[in-house]
Design a protein around this ligand. Structure first.
Ligand code: NAD
Length: 794
């Protein structure tokens, strides 16, 4: 090309990055990698290997060990052996190690950037300017949390050994998101990278060695889903942190149910990119480029559904097509390309398959006129219009450079379409009217919202989703709370059921109650007969039949969930108003103190003094959550940009709460009050053995201005009701406090819509104890955090 021609076209020439450092590193390992266990390289016991390929050229890069369950066992054993000493190093000691890792990562930034581009196919421009700087930032930031741990997280301890499984789209960045918080918190880890992209994780292993990290703190094992499965099932792993597809996440939820393993799941998405008619359209077009063509669209939070206000649709689409025509796709190591290669042939085939489905279903496809390279795994940027909201390509995650565009008329319609998906990871909102953008953001059911921006990430800000995008947050203060746990949990005694063998019971009526009155269920603010028409006997502590309660069934749960679903006013009302109702409940309970105490004496056999103490503690607790209602405040994160990130603590929605037998009044209040204070609506299953405190309680609710549907009470068979709640798609979270088997049942049944769970794993709490029975742990389970990014300036 002549200089005149270059000036005429103003197009970039090739600007290839040198591969030498990465090739030398591969050669130093003779192109073959073992497993990194206990601070050194070991040959896999499986004696099995697989190839890692460069998807842009279809060439083999290295042979990677395929770990089997014995290898997984060795890695977990090394992590377990190292954990005590790692904790003993202390917060400052760990901070120094993380700082050292961050420095070593920065020194090797170029090698890592090239290696990542070779192995994954993503553009070097992105690995160099986004992935690797964020990796280092993650270790710096978490060095800080390690340093501050003793003050900021007093009363917490590490989970122990954490098994971590990551996908291939941001190999080193996902590793950093997982490893930095975990080891900062005093845990040791076994991490498995995705089978297509193991190389930077193996290079990181070497960096750990060079940086002097004690052996066993970080163990890297490679392999496919079989290796991941062995890690998930290993009995000596305390927590699994998984990022990947919803399908595998669901499988992991089922496999770990009842094991006591803590679980965080960062899963798939189908995130909306909403453009209002007053948006700066040129900025929005650049936003779309970053939303869906960054990393070839292989981004969990990619803005893959473009929702455009009707009046500007044609204009935006024509600007977008012009921009697409100018995108450059090619060799990932060429510094002037916008898009690189798709990670592997199988992913390319999956993209093509879904695109074909889109055209088969009648959507209109548009691709730029230029052709993609014939060799290697490439796919062009693709735009679909004329897409129905229910079309496969509007609902399924494509995980490639394909965006579907739809229109909306009003903000309400935009929100409805945006939320019309089983996922709930992220959203991007474009409008020059900040009032409108900030009004829309809280109404989007997802974990991250970017205002006039997209795909922003930082170590200080939590990231994670709602619904089938998983649960848990990674990054920032909220992310640290996913790798540590309250110390008292390890010391809790086993749960004891209060039920006695039926044979010993005396069915003579008690003089205290009249048997013609069966306590009803409480649904939608009204007393309701159970659908079954049956009731269950209730016995006193002396085994005398003292009454009956409704035998609730699936239908009753469904009615209660429906009533709770309609009571959205409770969530949108002010926290002050909710506090007033909680205080009013306390006041009315106080007025009937003696009656409630008498009931406790009768049903649980405690002394009058103890019963009165339980009622008093319940009243105090209601006051506490009246107080907390407007004091469990959101945070403002400060990522390194001109702007803020609001970490909003939001209500979760409809919660199912299964109460224990211990202290039937106090435990009920301890669980219900925080959920209500934070704006959730609840369906509460009363203690199976002592349900009368709960059924007496609805008389208090009736006189306390609690709106109908906010607080529903069901009595009956605990496990049947728990299962129904856990399986119900409109229930967003289930709390279970009962026998151990119930924890397993609830966790397994929750996998349907990937709802959150909080279970007691067969342990009993002392509900009088301030640490075990009240406070931030309860409030944390009552809320989900949404990070709203608001950049400043033009
Ligand atoms: P994947 O679920 O197929 O694999 C992810 C990881 O899980 C890999 O390491 C894989 O080997 C392992 N794995 C597979 N089967 C397993 C099993 N039965 N037990 C244990 N581990 C198993 O996902 P992928 O194709 O590698 O990644 C793409 C998916 O990841 C997309 O759905 C994407 O949205 C999601 N993702 C989510 C986030 C997030 O933060 N929410 C981030 C990146 C990617």
């Amino acid at each position: 090309m002549s200089i005149a021609e270059i000036f005429n076209s103003m197009s970039y020439g090739p600007a290839p990055e040198s591969e030498t450092a990465a090739r030398n590193w591969l050669a130093a390992h003779k192109g073959k990698f073992g497993l990194f266990i206990d601070g050194g390289w070991t040959k896999p016991r499986s004696n099995s290997w697989f190839e890692s390929q460069n998807p842009a050229r279809g060439e083999k890069l290295a042979d990677i060990a395929a770990a089997n369950d014995k290898d997984v066992g060795a890695a977990v054993a090394a992590a377990r052996a190292a954990q005590k000493d790692w904790l003993a190093v202390g917060g400052h000691g760990r901070a120094r190690h993380l700082y050292g890792l961050a420095r070593t990562l920065q020194r090797n930034a170029r090698l890592l950037a090239v290696l990542e581009a070779l192995d994954n196919g993503k553009p070097l421009r992105e690995t160099r300017d986004i992935d690797i700087p964020l990796v280092a930032r993650h270790f710096y930031h978490h060095a800080g949390w390690a340093q501050l741990q003793e003050q900021e997280f007093a009363g917490f301890e590490p989970m122990g050994v954490i098994g971590q499984i990551i996908p291939w789209n941001f190999p080193l960045l996902m590793l950093a998101w997982k490893i930095a918080p975990a080891i900062a918190g005093g845990n040791t880890v076994v991490l498995k990278p995705a089978e297509y992209t193991s190389l930077t994780a193996l290079c990181f292993a070497e960096i750990c060695k060079d940086a002097g990290l004690p052996p066993g703190v970080v163990n890297i094992i490679t392999g496919d889903g079989t290796t991941g499965d062995a890690l998930v099932r290993h009995p000596d792993v305390d927590k699994i942190a998984f990022t990947g597809s919803t399908e595998v996440g669901r499988h992991i939820r089922k496999v770990t149910a009842g094991s006591g393993k803590h679980l965080t799941l960062e899963l798939g998405g189908k995130s909306p990119f909403i453009v209002f008619d007053d948006a700066d359209l040129d900025s929005a077009v650049e936003g779309v480029v970053d939303a869906i063509w960054f990393n070839q669209g292989e981004v969990c939070c990619a803005g893959s559904r473009l929702l455009v206000q009707e009046g500007i649709f044609d204009k935006l689409i024509s600007k977008l097509r012009a921009r697409m025509e100018n995108l450059r796709l090619g060799d990932p190591l060429d510094k002037s390309i916008d898009m690189g290669a798709i990670v592997a042939p199988v992913q390319l085939a999956a993209i093509k398959n879904l695109v074909k489905k889109g055209t088969d279903e009648g959507a209109e496809i548009w691709q730029p006129s230029w052709a993609v390279p014939k060799e290697g795994c490439f796919y062009p940027p693709t735009l679909f219009t004329n897409v129905a909201p229910a079309a496969t390509i509007a609902q399924e995650e494509i995980f490639g450079p394909v965006i579907v565009a739809m229109t909306f008329r009003t903000p309400d319609e935009a929100i409805r379409i945006a939320n019309n998906t089983r996922y709930g990871l992220a959203a991007s909102v474009w409008s020059e009217n900040i009032n409108l953008a900030l009004d829309v953001a809280p109404k989007l059911d997802c974990g991250v919202v970017w205002i006039n921006s997209t795909n922003l990430f930082d170590a200080a800000c939590g990231f994670g989703g709602n619904r089938e995008s998983g649960y848990g947050r990674e990054g920032g203060h909220e992310g640290m709370l996913e790798v540590i746990k309250p110390k008292f949990l390890a010391k809790l005694p086993d749960y004891q059921t209060a039920a006695k063998a039926p044979g010993k019971r005396d069915a003579t009526p008690s003089p205290l109650v009249s048997l013609d009155r069966t306590a009803k269920l409480y649904i939608g603010g009204k007393q309701a007969r159970p659908d079954s028409g049956y009731s269950l006997p209730v016995f006193s502590a002396k085994d005398v039949k003292i009454g009956e309660v409704g035998d609730g069934n699936r239908k009753d749960i469904r009615n209660a969930v429906e009533a709770a679903g309609k009571a959205v006013g409770w969530t949108t009302t002010s926290s002050h108003a909710r506090a007033q109702v909680l205080y009013y409940i306390a006041e009315n309970l106080d007025a009937r103190k003696d009656e409630f105490a008498k009931r406790l004496v009768e049903t649980t056999g405690v002394t009058s003094k103890k019963a009165l103490a339980e009622v008093d503690a319940s009243i105090r607790r209601l006051f506490s959550y009246g107080a907390w209602a407007d004091k469990y405040e959101s945070r403002v994160h400060s990522p390194p940009m001109r702007g803020v990130t609001l970490a909003m603590k939001e209500a979760i929605g409809t919660l199912g709460i299964i109460c224990p037998d211990e202290n039937p009044l106090l435990s009920l209040i301890s669980l219900a009050a925080p959920a209500l204070a934070m704006g959730n609506r609840i369906v509460l299953v009363a203690s199976e053995t002592h349900p009368l405190s709960a059924t007496d309680f609805y008389q208090v609710l009736e006189t306390s201005d609690v709106p109908g549907g906010v607080f529903n009470i069901i009595t009956g068979n605990r496990d049947l009701l728990a299962r129904t709640l856990a399986e119900h798609d409109d229930v967003k979270s289930v709390w279970y406090f009962g026998p151990k088997s119930g924890s397993e049942l609830v966790e397994a049944a929750s996998a349907g819509n990937m709802k959150r769970t909080w279970v007691n794993n067969g342990k009993a709490r002392n509900w009088f104890d301030m640490e075990q029975g009240e406070g931030r742990e309860f409030l944390r389970h009552s809320t989900q955090i949404k990070n709203i990014w608001i950049p400043y300036g033009d």
